[in-house]
Write a protein that binds this ligand. Structure first.
Ligand code: FAD
Length: 751
């Protein structure tokens, strides 16, 4: 049989945490269904593609990391296309589409995508489909899904345009070109503009997905022996109407007549339970669903009995890490109404990271919680094989494009080690995982709910019950008791366990051989499927680890002396978030809560420099700090006040968000409203702050919570610039952008 050759397109991704990569893989997987062949490659693998001669459409999927930086595996590519020596027609033969992933909570939203796009255009490339800017802050899928839906038509449009241009070109060549002219036909591809923000157009595009009939939750009873909770998993029946009523003609579950309002034994109407992770309400529970295509399996996994002796302990890259003993651990906060914050001091005298600089962070490598690993083993039915070696290979028949065995699944590790140190078993389940789990779920009501959660129609429920509450995979499995995935499926879908970065809260000029950091314990509150609440993975682990050596505020060090625990760490230098290199430059620091950490390092360094060189001229320093209560979580209070007394810190502006505001809330004293958050104090100091930034060549550093604080501070700065310079919002934005460009407005934020 002749083999049909599908038109090809090139699909390139740059991905830090795997989101862009898995989206690109998803696109590659369904390309065939659209009659196209995707050539998938990571941007850094430039031996696999050649943009210099490429004449097929090119699709880029790129994320952004840090302070607007390209992901590691796109760095080389970005560097290459930024070369000043490239001519403006370098890519004039190229037509491209680009999907940029970012998070509006961070500065420089989608910066890597924007940079690539700008350079492609400067180098003559033509866009064949409007760029999508997906925001992780509000849900990537809001933009990603319609963008992908529209991509197929756009690629086909680009291909046919290119083909007709080529035909015209070839004709022209035959007529009037000398033979041997370069075959770099330049398609003038029309823009196929999809308005990503236009809800209507988004909804009008049909998804290339499997339709699932309405109310597939068919009231089939749970399989014998399954969990009692499954009865809760049927879509809720709305009082007075039928979920299964004739909306799905032909379906076996359709009920011809609407049932009466359900009543209890007492004859009163029964109230339907509210929607939840496991229960949907109309209209979703009645809706036909478009679910994503089933991700093709790609791993073969086998287990082999082996002697557990000699098994590695600690993180998989342990040779590259420093195992630093904890020499001091202090609780910095008191009281229940504040987040617990702790200071840890590590002895790094035996390690190269002793040369860290203020502003640097370092990665902490922590394991998954033993109880959750046990639960996962139990759920997989593999508790007895915990010490077996795991052999992972590629399935010979896999349809997954560019499938590879993840490098961190080395062949000589036990199942227990793999689950403990290699996989982020707490990760929030992606829609692709939910989709894959449907195939391994016994109860039809549970299958239907999983289908809903990964469907286009169920996006709001996915955001509410999965994404926003940080649902973990173990929690999901606990809520869907008839779901029994094989080990290979979890290995295919769980990302690599990531280290957690923490900012250095010390200077090695002040504490030679020591490294301090501060963390606040992340708490996930209890809810219906998380009865006990839980702590963040790393902060919960650190808390338990240092607990035996923990000092309460003011407690004497000599009173605690068990063997010090060790933490595996590696340095993450930050070359831009550093105190100004010229000591006379004034600088402003904004760091509420644990965001104050790097500034303690800045100030310790400055204090030492002042001692070492009393004649030198040092610029003004300002710190804006904020916390809840003066007596609960004013971190480093004594040390900060000491910096003020010594003249190292020129201005300390502190605000308390929960102290003394009661009367304001009750309506009294509003006129004397106290600053509550750091941005309020910034506004109060608008004149000197803008003077430092705009007239005296000063610097501004912001560190801490990305979710609200960094944005609020940015807005306050805009307002201050508008007022002080008497300019409009656009001008103020440009001024801030210029400060960023000059690296005088710097952020180190997380969320
Ligand atoms: P995880 O188990 O990873 O959970 C945290 C995740 O859950 C976050 O995505 C968060 O948004 C989300 N989340 C938290 N609470 C909820 C909730 N109630 N519902 C739903 N989702 C929730 N942290 C510090 O404390 N001090 C520092 O100095 C510091 N410096 C950093 C420097 C850098 C460069 C970066 C990138 C981060 C820094 N962090 C710092 C953050 C730190 O790396 C960890 O992210 C943090 O400690 C939480 O880790 P965890 O494993 O305990 O939480």
């Amino acid at each position: 049989m002749p083999c049909e050759v599908k038109p090809r397109f090139v699909l390139l991704y740059g991905s830090q945490k795997g989101q862009a990569e898995s989206l690109a893989e998803g696109i590659a997987e369904v390309a065939e269904e659209h009659g196209l062949a995707a050539e998938l490659s990571c941007l850094n693998h430039n031996e696999k593609y050649n943009l210099e001669t490429e004449n097929a459409p090119v699709v880029f999927i790129v994320s952004t990391t840090g302070d607007g930086e390209p992901p590691d595996n796109a760095l080389q590519f970005v560097k290459r296309i930024k070369e000043k020596t490239l001519s403006p027609d370098h890519y004039k033969h190229l037509c491209y589409a680009l999907l940029a992933l970012g998070d509006t909570n961070y500065a420089n939203f989608c910066n890597c995508g924007k940079t690539i796009e700008r350079r492609l255009q400067e180098l003559g490339a033509k866009q064949f489909y409007a760029t999508g800017y997906a925001d992780d802050g509000t849900g990537l899928e809001v933009v990603v899904e319609p963008w992908i839906e529209g991509l197929w038509k756009a690629i086909k449009g680009a291909l046919s345009k290119m083909a007709s241009n080529k035909a015209a070109f070839v004709k022209g060549l035959a007529a009037d070109s000398p033979r041997g002219a370069p075959d770099s036909t330049i398609p003038d591809v029309q823009l196929n503009l999809l308005r990503i923000t236009d809800q209507q157009s988004r909804e009008s595009i049909k998804a290339p997905a499997e339709p699932v009939s309405k109310s597939a939750a068919a009231a089939s009873p749970p399989a014998p022996g399954t969990h009692a909770a499954v009865s809760d998993l049927r879509p809720a029946v709305p009082t007075g109407s039928s979920v299964l009523a004739s909306r799905s003609p032909g379906a076996s579950t359709v009920s011809a007549s609407a049932p009466e309002t359900p009543t209890g034994d007492d004859g009163r109407p029964r109230v339907s339970p509210p929607a939840s992770l496991t229960r949907s309400l109309p209209p979703l529970s009645e809706s036909s669903l478009n679910v994503p295509a089933l991700p093709p399996p790609y791993l073969d996994v086998s287990l082999q009995e082996a002697d557990p002796a000699g098994e590695a302990v600690g993180p998989s890259n342990v040779e590259a890490l420093s195992a630093a003993p904890v020499c001091r651990a202090v609780q910095l906060t008191t009281g229940d109404s504040v987040k617990t914050a702790l200071l840890v001091e590590l002895d790094v005298s035996a390690h190269p990271m002793v040369t860290y600089h203020p502003g640097d962070s370092f990665d902490v490598f922590c394991p998954n919680r033993a109880a959750e690993v046990e639960e996962a083993l139990h759920r997989l039915g593999l508790s007895d094989q915990r010490n077996h070696r795991v052999h992972v290979s590629l399935r010979k028949d896999t349809k997954k494009k560019g499938a590879q065995v993840p490098s961190y699944m080395s062949q000589n590790i036990s199942l227990l080690y793999l689950l403990t140190w290699c996989l982020e078993i707490r990760s929030v389940p992606k829609k692709a995982l939910l989709r894959a789990l449907v195939e391994h779920t016994g109860h039809s009501g549970q299958r239907r709910r999983l289908q809903e959660l990964c469907s286009r129609q169920g996006s709001a429920d996915y955001n509410l019950y999965v994404r926003d509450c940080g649902l973990s995979v173990p929690e999901l499995l606990a809520a869907f008791p008839t779901c029994s995935p094989p080990l290979s499926l979890l290995l295919e879908h769980l990302p690599k366990l990531q280290p957690r970065p923490y900012s250095a809260a010390s200077s090695c000029l002040r504490h030679p051989g020591k490294l301090r950091f501060v963390f606040s314990v992340v708490e996930f509150p209890a809810c219906s499927w998380r009865p006990a609440g839980r702590r963040g993975l790393c902060t919960g682990w650190l808390f338990d680890l240092i607990n035996p050596v923990l000092l309460s505020p003011g407690e004497d060090e000599s009173s605690v002396s068990p063997a010090p625990p060790k933490i595996h760490v590696s340095l993450r230098p930050n070359h831009s978030f550093r105190p100004p290199s010229e000591p006379s430059a004034p600088f402003i620091m904004v760091g509420p809560g644990t965001g104050v950490a790097p500034f303690i390092g800045f100030l310790q360094q400055r204090e030492q420099q002042r001692k070492d060189d009393p004649e030198a001229v040092f610029g003004e320093t300002w710190l804006f700090f904020g916390c809840r209560h003066r007596d609960g979580d004013f971190l480093f209070r004594e040390e900060l006040e000491g910096f003020v007394s010594s003249g190292t810190l020129s201005q300390l502006k502190v605000c308390f968000s929960r102290d003394g505001h009661e009367e304001e809330e009750a309506g009294a004293g509003a006129s004397s409203a106290r600053p509550r958050y750091v941005q309020h104090n910034l506004l109060l100091a608008s004149r000197p702050v803008t003077d430092i930034l705009l007239r005296r060549g000063g610097y501004l550093y912001v560190c801490g919570d990305a979710k609200n604080m960094a944005k609020d501070v940015n807005n306050a700065l805009m307002e201050m610039i508008q007022t002080e310079l008497q300019v409009d919002q656009l001008e103020a934005m440009k001024t801030l952008a210029a400060l960023r460009e000059e690296k005088r407005y710097l952020q180190d934020i997380w969320g």
